[in-house]
Design a protein around this ligand. Structure first.
Ligand code: SAM
Length: 241
């Protein structure tokens, strides 16, 4: 794994770790973020306007989609197991659930107003192709929002976050599930989370990538309590001159 992505076999391991934690994902996330995970998602989802057509890349069990209040949303998810798990919620919300990857989005050019990647860009196999696809499907003036666990450049805060992610998260995740589940977790799935966190680079890497792919007005801000960040970028209006 590296800041650009990962090999196919590493990616398959990430997907299988996600599938293993899926039934407990929401509960564990709330626990390891001290209840902040849902607030972060709500903070990011609030960037969508009710009239927007939205694409969420990596919708998982629907934990971000449930915060969206929009007329139309496409929720893209590669895992068949997670697609199955989130079907009911997506149907209830009237959202279109699509099985697929962010590196090859089955939507036409310039078809959405906002793209969201909520704690999923870190899991992409090939982030460059993902960024190209974000740009392609967005209408001019449209925006992309990438939320991820905070990873600030070296500082006391980054050391604290790193310690939390590397040591506290896997331990808390194990404590949050039933002992029978714990004993089934041979390759602790939250260890994969630590690997992707270590590998994904700082938000400056995301910013550089968005810039290279044509986005403008790129910025990153902390979400509540500085435990997560949101990087955004805008697809420029076409010049008519
Ligand atoms: C940590 S979960 C995030 C779920 C949800 N967005 C949230 O905020 O809780 C990351 C999701 O990204 C999906 N994912 C992994 N690789 C992907 C890719 N290449 N394209 C789209 N989604 C991907 C995983 O299957 C997983 O469901």
């Amino acid at each position: 794994m590296n800041p650009a992505g990962m090999t196919n076999s590493e990616w398959l391991e990430v997907i299988s770790a996600m599938e293993e934690v899926a039934p407990y994902y929401d509960r564990v996330n709330q626990l390891i973020t001290f209840g902040l995970a849902d607030r972060w998602r709500a903070e990011v989802a609030a960037r969508a306007k009710p009239d927007d057509v939205v694409l969420e890349m990596g919708s998982g069990p629907g934990t971000f989609a449930r915060h969206l209040d929009v007329k139309q949303a496409y929720c893209l998810e590669p895992s068949g197991q997670l697609v199955e798990l989130s079907k009911g919620l997506m149907r209830e919300r009237g959202f279109d659930l699509i099985r697929g990857v962010g590196e090859n989005v089955p939507l036409p050019d310039e078809s959405v107003d906002k793209v969201f990647c909520s704690f999923s860009f870190r899991d992409f196999r090939d982030r460059e192709s993902g960024a190209i696809e974000m740009f392609r499907v967005l209408r001019t003036g449209g925006e992309v929002f990438i939320a991820d666990v905070a990873k600030p450049p070296p500082s006391p805060l980054s050391r604290l976050l790193q310690m939390h992610v590397r040591h506290v998260v896997p331990m808390m995740a194990r404590m949050a599930v039933h002992p029978s589940v714990r004993s089934r977790w041979k390759n602790d799935p939250y260890r994969k989370f630590v690997e992707t966190y270590d590998a994904f680079g700082f938000t400056t890497v995301y910013e550089k990538l968005l810039k290279e792919k044509g986005f403008e007005d790129i910025s990153t801000e902390f979400l509540r309590m500085k435990g997560a960040t949101m990087t955004r970028g805008k697809k420029p209006w076409k010049s008519t001159s």
